[in-house]
Write a protein that binds this ligand. Structure first.
Ligand code: FAD
Length: 383
């Protein structure tokens, strides 16, 4: 009889819960560890909603990974009988001549994606909740959807446990040490376990656990603000999620409860987080100024006084001015038994089941047929 591989998944958040599910599905002996418990709100995944888009604005090489994720999102819902995603569509709005909008349009056409270009008049008729300045275009990505992050993490981790995975809750891993005879030691406050391979998915805590990453991951504080509409038809047209390019880079997601609209700002507003365990979770009144401005100019039918504000964290690999922001996905250089997935730069949640599948490939087979060379931890072409 073949002995199943023992695989540790460190961090059962967005990526780790999905890795646990895919590994358990493939018969591995899975041991998960989390600093807290699945679905908590202290890392990168809080705030009740995440956006799924069929096209990634930064790079068309993500498209096959989005297709893989799309199928696995459906599979996870079917296996767990949970409603994790709503096909809302996603409106992307930006300057017609901008690089992002041009890329979006060419990639949508090249990949045969279900999308529609809307001019100012059409947008005003169908989505009166949004203002579109002159010289801007709106694209409706009909495959866009809204995912429930906490429910998804609990569903994936729960399904993995149903399939035999073990999860150590409230158990921070202190060290991941390559074992001299092969495999990896996982060190916690309770002792050490030996496994054949380790998948490290600790999100914003990556620099605490693996301080010598081949590429820099900078952890930033991301605030969100929830606003009530002042007109009854704000949720018209199926209440799509939305994303706006310069000069008002922001995103918004109508809440799954149908009551408010969550808004978030772009990278330049995200302050560095020196210590993830000491994240400042209080949003100060002066931080709301940018939200007030964009509401006034782009969505005047939202009440600028928020009903809720929250702060989260995310690891970014894109220093200001760089268009990359590629996460680190693959084996740590020189370590065949340690797989890292980190630095998702504000857009990782949609990919999470695909990352889980890729983690299972790398941990069990040592390789994957999915196109991830451009995400190599040491940089493009260095894997
Ligand atoms: C406000 C906000 C909005 C976003 N919007 C979108 C969006 O609309 N669409 C999208 O696709 N993406 C979005 N993102 C990005 C996406 O949410 C992240 O890329 C994704 O959640 C990162 O997942 P992760 O697994 O790396 O981190 P996390 O989900 O934070 O998971 C890390 C886990 O590791 C655990 N952990 C940490 N240290 C240890 C340790 N030493 N031992 C054991 N466990 C440990 C933590 O407790 C946590 O559970 C958004 C991010 C933010 C912050």
């Amino acid at each position: 009889m073949r002995i199943p591989k023992r695989v540790a998944v460190i961090g059962a958040g967005s990526m780790g819960s999905q890795a646990m599910w895919r590994l358990a599905t493939r018969g591995a002996e899975v041991i998960g560890y989390d600093r807290y418990a699945p679905g908590h709100d202290r890392g990168a995944a809080g705030g009740e909603s995440r956006m799924f888009r069929a096209v990634h604005l930064g790079d068309a090489r993500y498209t096959p990974l989005l297709k893989l994720a799309d199928g696995l999102w459906e599979q996870l819902q079917a296996e767990t009988s949970r409603s994790l995603r709503r096909r809302s569509g996603c409106l992307v709005m930006g300057e017609t001549a901008s690089r992002d909008m041009r890329l979006l349009l060419s990639a949508s056409a090249a990949h045969g994606l279900d999308h529609e270009v809307l001019d100012q008049d059409t947008l005003a008729r169908r989505y009166p909740q949004h203002c579109l300045p002159d010289g801007h275009t709106a694209v409706l990505d009909r495959q866009g959807s809204i995912i429930r992050p906490e429910a998804s993490i609990q569903a994936a981790a729960g399904r993995a446990e149903q399939l035999g995975a073990r999860l150590h809750r409230y158990t921070p891993v202190r060290e991941v040490v390559p074992a001299s005879g092969g495999g990896v030691h996982i060190v916690t406050d309770h002792g050490r376990d030996h496994v054949d391979a380790a998948v490290v998915t600790v999100g914003p805590w990556i620099n605490t656990l693996l301080p010598d990453l081949p590429r820099t991951v900078e952890v930033r504080r991301v605030i969100c603000s929830w606003h009530l509409p002042t007109r009854h038809d704000w949720f018209a047209g199926g209440a799509p999620a939305f994303l706006r390019g310069t000069p008002h880079d922001c995103f918004g997601i109508p809440s799954p409860d149908g009551i408010s609209v969550k808004l978030g700002l772009s990278f330049r507003y995200h302050a560095p987080v020196p210590e993830p365990e000491r994240l400042d979770r209080t949003v100060r009144p002066e931080e709301l100024k940018a939200f007030h401005e964009l509401i006034r100019e782009l969505m005047p039918d939202l009440n600028p006084d928020p009903i809720r504000t929250s702060a989260y964290m995310e690891g970014y690999t894109n220093p200001p001015g760089s268009p990359s922001g590629y996460p680190l996905v693959g084996h740590l250089p020189g370590q065949d038994d340690i797989i890292v997935m980190a630095g998702f730069s504000g857009s990782g949640f949609k990919f999470s089941p695909a990352m889980g599948e890729i983690a299972a490939d790398l941990a069990l087979d040592g390789t994957t047929e999915h196109p991830i060379d451009f995400l190599a931890p040491a940089g493009v072409g260095a894997a």
